[in-house]
Write a protein that binds this ligand. Structure first.
Ligand code: SF4
Length: 124
């Protein structure tokens, strides 16, 4: 072999080494991306989780000491920032922090007064 042949082998060898290095770097970057997901709270995308996977768990009614009537001061779920009214007549509402069906007339110890007016013209 002559001197030129040796240089070709070195060039090919360097090229193969760079290709392998590129595959390793690419694979490592991909693995880091996948691994970083749960650390940032993202659990969607192919794991079988829907949007509910990113929702915080709700408290039980027992923990919240939920009752289906207003408290002694007249506070009720309809005036709470966590309440969502029913989507159709005759159905119960829901709460963003307490699980289960929630009555607009219910109340629990986690109640937080909604400052927005309940009806147009209330003025808050
Ligand atoms: S936090 Fe309690 S009071 Fe407020 S909507 Fe939920 S259940 Fe009702």
């Amino acid at each position: 072999m002559d001197h030129q042949g040796n240089d070709d082998r070195k060039v090919i060898s360097r090229r193969k080494m760079l290709e392998k290095f590129g595959i390793i770097v690419g694979t490592t970057a991909f693995a880091a991306t996948i691994g970083a997901g749960p650390a940032y709270g993202f659990r969607g995308g192919g794991s079988g989780c829907g949007s509910e996977c990113n929702s915080p768990p709700k408290h039980s009614k027992a923990y919240a000491q939920y009752q289906d009537h207003p408290n002694k001061d007249g506070q009720s779920c309809v005036g709470c920032i966590f309440f969502s009214p029913a989507k159709a007549a005759g159905q119960m509402g829901s709460c963003s922090i307490v699980s289960g069906e929630i009555s607009p007339y219910g109340w629990c110890r986690l109640f937080v007064q909604n400052q927005a007016p309940q009806f147009p013209g209330d003025g808050g």
